[in-house]
Design a protein around this ligand. Structure first.
Ligand SMILES: Cc1cc2nc3c(=O)[nH]c(=O)nc-3n(C[C@H](O)[C@H](O)[C@H](O)COP(=O)(O)OP(=O)(O)OC[C@H]3O[C@@H](n4cnc5c(N)ncnc54)[C@H](O)[C@@H]3O)c2cc1C
Ligand code: FES
Length: 382
């Protein structure tokens, strides 16, 4: 039967050839296009939703599986930044998704769940991050995750699946109850399509289920040996709450696992933020040879809080502010997330960032205090 030609009219005229193919060549960068549009919201579990975004200009996304983006949101008149791992696969480049778990009392996660809907614009920075299997090719992987820490490992699993790489992957995910397992159906699907992809779920308790045949309890060394007897030969990627990752590190240490094959991502940056500032070896060498620079200090004035501090020439402004008791928003402390971005109204800094600021913002006099060292006295709008 012949169909009426009108039935085949594309719904969206922007997607007719050749425009569609042209968009494939245009890669999204938060430098060129800072606002994405939320195009779909999916309820994953009772307290987890995935939010999908597309570029209004039809640009495609390029990232490594495991990397994150930073959302810049206006909530109650305040600009708030939060990082979320891209849970989708780079092999589906027309959209990116993040998967967010409600944190009790948490400002942004609850705001996203309650307010963000399809059609809404969102300012986004990134992608950034080094937690990716793409930089650690291996024959065999072990993915260990708990709670929302599943997202980077899901992106990696999706990527391997879509590339039809039947990579030997054991994916062990821990959750509170079977109903809290995120992406369980999709993980089952991947496992059914790939001979060498195996999943194991470890639930603290059964919850409301009556038909749970998986493991209950917590991940332990004997359990890991049962699930993946060859785990010592695998490249391990771990993501989850801090106590979970500590437990994983402890059990791997007990087994004598080589740390160079172990990679982890923290969702709180707390280990980074709480740790002593990293030693910049080149800066130390420079400081020891150049006594003037070593001794030089500058004044940093915060105009809104009316505070004035002293900052060494070899010190990051954020670190000096913290030492002086000035509280400033910061998350990664590595120039990645954009949380410590401020306007520099006077003075000059040397800034070594990792993607947490756009070139346009730098041109407008914005700086990231966590990775900026003063070259003169500074006046900061904060
Ligand atoms: C690289 C990276 C990737 C991430 N990826 C994901 C992801 O894929 N999915 C995901 O769900 N999350 C992810 N996160 C975590 C995410 O960025 C947020 O930290 C998380 O959503 C909580 O933010 P929030 O604003 O809701 O909570 P916040 O408002 O930051 O609160 C966090 C906690 O602190 C408590 N709290 C807040 N204010 C106070 C106060 N004044 N006194 C005492 N307690 C307080 C809250 O009750 C809550 O328990 C990631 C984080 C990083 C760094
Ligand atoms: S704290 Fe993340 S960029 Fe400065």
């Amino acid at each position: 039967m012949m169909r009426d030609a009108a039935q085949f009219e594309p719904v969206d005229s922007r997607l007719t050839q050749p425009d569609f193919w042209q968009t494939l060549q245009s890669r999204w960068s938060s430098d060129d296009e800072e606002t994405l549009v939320c195009c779909q919201v999916r309820q994953e579990t009772h307290d987890v939703k995935s939010f999908f975004f597309r570029s209004p200009q039809g640009r495609t996304f390029s990232f490594e599986p495991g990397q994150f983006i930073t959302l810049e949101l206006e909530i109650d008149g305040e600009t708030i930044n939060r990082c979320y791992t891209i849970s989708s696969s780079p092999t589906r480049p027309h959209t990116i998704s993040i998967t967010v778990k409600r944190v009790p009392g948490g400002k942004v996660s609850n705001w996203l769940h309650d307010n963000l809907q399809a059609g809404a614009p969102v300012r986004v920075l990134g992608p950034a991050g080094e937690f990716t299997c793409a930089r650690h090719p291996a024959r065999k992987y072990l993915f260990l995750s708990a709670g929302s820490g599943i997202t980077p490992l899901m992106s990696m699993s999706r990527a391997h699946h879509e590339l039809s790489e039947d990579r030997d992957i054991v994916f062990v995910h821990s959750a509170r109850t079977p109903d809290d397992i995120i992406f369980s159906r999709e993980l089952d699907l991947i496992a059914s399509n790939q001979n060498q992809f195996r999943t194991a779920f470890v639930c603290e308790r059964i919850g409301n289920r009556t038909n749970w045949h998986g493991v209950t309890g917590f991940l332990s060394l004997p359990l890991l040996k049962l699930i993946a007897p060859d785990f010592m030969e695998r490249e391990i990627f771990t993501c989850g709450p801090a106590p979970y990752m500590q437990a994983v590190r402890d059990l791997l240490d007990e087994a004598g696992f080589e740390r160079k094959h172990y990679h982890e991502e923290s969702f709180s940056f707390e280990r980074l933020t709480g740790s002593a500032p990293e030693t910049d070896e080149s800066a130390v060498a420079q400081a020891t040879t150049e006594t003037f620079e070593e001794a030089a200090t500058f004044t940093v004035t915060f105009t809104k809080s009316h505070r004035e501090i002293t900052c060494g020439a070899q010190q990051h402004v954020l670190e000096a502010a913290r030492q002086a008791g000035v509280r400033l928003p910061a998350s990664c402390t590595q120039g990645m997330c954009g949380t410590c971005k401020v306007k520099l109204t006077s003075g000059e800094v040397e800034m070594k960032h990792n993607g947490g600021i756009r070139q346009r913002e730098i041109d407008q006099g914005m700086v990231l205090l966590c990775c900026s060292k003063p070259l003169s006295d500074l006046v900061v709008e904060k």
